[in-house]
Design a protein around this ligand. Sequence first.
Ligand code: ATP
Ligand code: MG
Ligand code: MG
Length: 545
Amino acid sequence: MSEHKDFLRTIVEEDLKEGKYKEVVTRFPPEPNGFPHIGHAKSIYINFGIARDYHGHCNLRMDDTDPTKEDTKYVEALKDAVKWLGFNWGENVYFTSDYFPKLYNYAVQLIKMGKAYVDSLNEEEIKEYRGTVTQPGLRSKYADRSIEENLDLFERMKKGEFKDGEHVLRAKIDMSAANMKMRDPLLYRIRHVHHFRAGDEWFIYPMYDFAHCLSDYIEGVTHSICTLEFENNRDIYDWVLDTLELEPPRPYQHEFARLGINYTVMSKRKLLELVEGKYVSGWDDPRMPTIAGYKRRGYTPESILNFCDQIGIAKANSMVDVSQLEFCIRDDLNKKAPRVMCVLEPLKVTIINYEGSEEIDASYYPHDVPKEGSRKVPFSNELYIERDDFMENPVKGYNRLTLEQPVRLRHAYIITCKELIKDAKGNIIEIKAQYHPDSKSGSDTSGIKVKSAIQWVDAKKAKTIEVRLYDRLYKNEAPEGLEDLNPDSLKIIKNALVEPAVITEKPDERFQFERQGYFYADPVDYTEENPVFNKIVGLKDSWTK
Ligand code: ATP
Ligand code: MG
Ligand code: MG
């Protein structure tokens, strides 16, 4: 159970106590028109989380009523995301399209009750007649059609006898309702399009406001949890279910605040634009705020769930700082990830007083991480260190290797710089150094004081890897569109070097490359011959404006 009891759980508990429902049934109802993003993760966490906490049940329902944008690949991505986050929807995935025949019958029932009519105004007229917040609307002259005529027209709409937009089915509610949504809302529209599941059978498609409440009812949903933008739709939700006088119990809608994260866009339309315009490599590009993107980048499901838990459930919209999500993954990996050494920009070091080679036993975890394990790190007289771990003319406070200042090679010996080798342009291409045989980590009797330890790799045994360093996809805190993309969100380093222990056939392991950050073998592009690693997150919050 989540630590804090939120307002939704309070409602659920009261409903259960009063015996309003025998069992809690929630649903996660995405439209399969894009890959799910971190906002969906919040909705998944709430809906599946509540069902789990109260021993109920959460349905996964594809809200597939807008055939122009939907596709099975999105259905699969949604299933993958829910599964990856550790939730289970039971035997079947539900589809609103499977309810089309039932929904049609409910619509017929409303017509027979005199509560729905076929309107033949065009889209513009409908808008015009609706009025404004300060002005009541006007009812269409078609609203007085007889029940028989409405039934006949609606059936012919279904059979495909009319063109798109020629008629719509509307609820007969109140053209002067203060809630604009209640001014005879549209229930059905004509669309001559192919549906990815229902095929070419239907020429009319139900609107969200009609399909959603009834789908909830058909599935026995008790708590229909949605985001705040739907607050005004609640009146229609209730009107449809009450007007049809359905057998109780019926579901009720409850709204919570949508998740917004700075430096991030979450509209599927905008994410699709990034994919289609090839601004990213796909829906699962590690910079994307999609579940597939986070998964590929190396985020753990635990870190995302933890984030959802921390941000809580509120009734007012607010913006969450992206560093809070980064904190969650860093915090999780700090407890889990083995520490290894990687050099991103190698500088050669030759140890002039060392001969032969050895293997140094090095623990994978620091003392404060209660995990066991170690590996052998090869050592010889030819090493690579990080280029910026040496400075010829050190700035004040520089703690690493200089001409005067020795440094410790992590897990190994202390070295002192003896000579610099430069190319014709004066660039340092090699350091000749001396090692101190009695300074080995764990048995150091040298008495030499160093200010820091740096990572290194054995030149002969190191493996070359490609490293992909990611930065935020957008440079602005509140990005609008393409113009706000961060041009430097991906930096590729082709020839980074790692100690051999890192390279295995298929590492499903997240590593900390010491002093660099957390990294994950790219699940798509990694091969043993061409290992590719994604930077998941840095070791500390380094993003300052
Ligand atoms: P988008 O605007 O990105 O297309 P949507 O709301 O149309 O999002 P749906 O597929 O209809 O996406 O959403 C499925 C469920 O996920 C809905 O219940 C919706 O309320 C919820 N959801 C979507 N985005 C967020 C978000 N940012 N925060 C919380 N819940 C969200
Ligand atoms: Mg939606
Ligand atoms: Mg949408």
